[in-house]
Write a protein that binds this ligand. Structure first.
Ligand code: SAT
Ligand code: MN
Length: 590
């Protein structure tokens, strides 16, 4: 056994005092035994094995259903390292405070030791983590979301280069819930939660918060991005990475099915990843991306045969459902937006009996599934998974897309004028908040590169790191911004979205190939309306022009918002970005 792993396990066990320690090897037999055990205690429910083989349902505590940004900390020696957008705790103080909470927290429980690899085991891109947890639910989810295997120890050898993650459910006490990242020590400590993003430590805590810090130190990037391959009728595949905040449709875009007109011509979309991209400069100077994950932790509500058939198909075997509705008619699952046949006899996400007529004390309909209920599905289940999914070299990027959820202001698509301008566009991203994080929903907030909750260091340095990629690569992808969410005066979405987003990807690829012209506006290059293919859509060219419109007055107040946001960063804000803002203001004044 690697002596650093041994020391980590021994020290953590001395602190948390579990009754026993179980070493996870990811084998079928071990997984099956854990499923059985979880079902015997009610932690999981075995679903209809004919309709949903190897699928299970789990409910978290009612107070524990989303990431908790207010209780997520970057713990470093100095506050400046964490920067103005992160909660910070001095790291020694954090360790001290946490040790008290962890002390004896696993008494009467089992500690599981999970060896996992983010990225294919042994790939240059990949990184190793060891998560210790007292939750079988976490073990089983990690076995889907990451590569869990004893082979990880072989890849690690006698090195100390792994991320230490310690998770304890403790009492699921909200007041003592902490999700702490120690990027200077490759350490994560998560306590008093049992919900996905807080406890599957390979995901946001490692693959984004710790990895973004590592990338900054080592010259690569960890981003909150899906990765897709767009295959053209001539067989050539272009790769796109796209950053959107949580629950803004990354999984849907990554698994998009092109509209009929495109399918007939031979266009296809291949999914490489739906949430996280690790990006490095390759030997040829291009940017290459891998998806470090091995599964999809997708939002269930709204996923259906029409919106995302590939995601739905991915959930038909070996999937864990969290906080969805339990359909008692046939022991399967249901959620709002799955179909128009809600079960007549069911249990809601809180564990209460539910029918379509169930109302609360105020007479309002009760939701069967939590809006942030999730499926954890193996990537191999996805019908459109890319042949490059396991490629240890990653895929070369042709375009990077930023996108948010904005009812107004931001046009359907525009292209940056340069890499620097593209970084500026990423840095000013704003989006309406969603149920993926605890707190108000629908409030516009700045979320640079969709990394606000996930950047493990000072965001001013993060912007500088993005700009610095220009010194590392002379073949950088083009940068675009999209917004599928513009609404009309009645609050209805104007753009159909989903599969029809292919039409926008088509324009983006054409721009990368220099095949179409565009109009230069104050904010960047906007398509000529006739270059977006709307054949077969209910939208006419005038509506499309409206979607592409850049309203100078709205953008003037946007520029004021950006200016205010930028002041947070003080002298950490790169001069290049300040100059970009000045140039935007000058363009708007013209
Ligand atoms: O809950 S997760 O953080 O894993 C998903 C998300 O919010 O993007
Ligand atoms: Mn995400």
């Amino acid at each position: 056994m690697n002596k650093y792993v041994e020391k980590f396990v021994n020290e953590s066990a001395a602190l948390t005092k579990p009754d026993k320690i179980v070493w996870i090897d990811g084998s079928k037999e071990q997984i099956e035994a854990l499923r059985k055990e979880a079902c015997s205690t009610g932690e999981m429910i075995k679903l209809n094995q004919e309709l949903l083989p190897d699928c299970y349902l789990h409910r978290t505590a009612v107070n524990d259903v989303a990431r908790v940004e207010g209780r997520t900390f970057i713990c470093t020696e100095k506050k400046e390292t964490a920067g103005p957008t992160n909660n910070w705790m001095q790291k020694d103080e954090a360790y001290k405070m946490l040790k008290e909470i962890y002390d004896g927290s696993m008494k009467g429980r089992t500690m599981y030791v999970i060896p996992y690899s983010m990225g294919a085991i042994g790939s240059k891109f990949s990184k190793i983590g060891i998560e210790l947890t007292d939750s079988i639910y976490v073990v089983l989810n990690m076995c889907i979301m990451t590569r869990v295997s004893s082979k990880v120890y072989d890849a690690l050898g006698d090195s100390d280069d792994f991320v230490k993650g310690l998770h304890a459910k403790a009492d699921i006490d909200e007041e003592k819930r902490y999700i702490c990242q120690f990027p200077e020590d490759n350490t994560i400590m998560s306590v008093n939660s049992g919900y996905g993003g807080n406890v599957l430590l390979g995901k946001k805590c490692f693959a984004l918060r710790i990895a973004s810090y590592q990338g900054w130190q080592q010259g690569w990037m960890a981003e909150h991005m899906l990765i897709l391959g767009l295959e053209k009728p001539n067989g050539e595949t272009k790769y796109i990475a796209a950053a959107f905040p949580s629950a803004c449709g990354k999984t849907n875009l990554a698994m998009l099915i092109p509209p009929k007109e495109y399918l007939e011509k031979g266009y296809k979309i291949h999914t490489v990843g739906d949430d996280i991209a690790w990006i490095r400069v390759g030997a040829d100077g291009r940017l290459y991306a891998i998806n470090p994950e091995n599964g999809f932790f997708g939002v269930a509500p709204g996923t259906n045969e029409k919106s995302n058939p590939n995601a739905l198909a991915s959930t038909k075997k070996g999937t864990i459902f969290t906080n969805v509705c339990h359909n008692l008619e046939n022991n399967t699952v249901w959620w709002e937006g799955l179909d128009k046949n809600p079960p007549k006899k069911a249990v809601d996400w809180k564990g209460n009996p539910w029918t379509p007529d169930t109302v609360d004390a105020d007479g309002k309909p009760v939701k069967a599934a939590h809006p942030n209920s999730r499926f954890t599905a193996p990537a191999v289940n996805c019908p459109c998974i890319s042949s490059e999914f396991e490629n240890p070299e990653g895929v070369p990027l042709d375009a990077i897309i930023f996108g948010g959820r904005r009812a107004k202001t931001t046009p359907l698509v525009y292209e940056s004028k340069s890499w620097e301008n593209g970084v500026f566009i990423g840095s000013i991203m704003a989006s309406e908040t969603t149920a993926a994080a605890a707190g108000a929903v629908g409030v516009v907030r700045r979320d640079p590169m969709a990394m606000l909750p996930f950047c493990g260091y000072n965001m001013g340095d993060y912007f500088a790191h993005w700009l610095d990629m220009k010194n590392k690569s002379d073949k950088l992808p083009k940068i675009f911004n999209v917004n599928w969410f513009r609404t009309d005066e009645n609050g209805h979405f104007i753009w159909p979205g989903f599969g029809d987003n292919m039409r926008v990807l088509d324009w983006i690829i054409k721009r990368c190939e220099g095949a179409v012209d565009a109009d230069e506006t104050a904010i960047g290059f906007v398509p000529k309306a006739e270059d977006i293919n709307i054949d077969g859509l209910d939208i006419n060219i005038e509506t499309l022009k409206g979607l592409l419109d850049v309203d100078k007055d709205m953008w003037k107040s946007e520029a004021e918002g950006i200016e205010e946001f930028y002041t947070k960063f003080g002298d950490k804000l790169p001069e290049t970005l300040r100059a970009e803002l000045e140039s935007l203001k000058a363009n708007l004044a013209k």
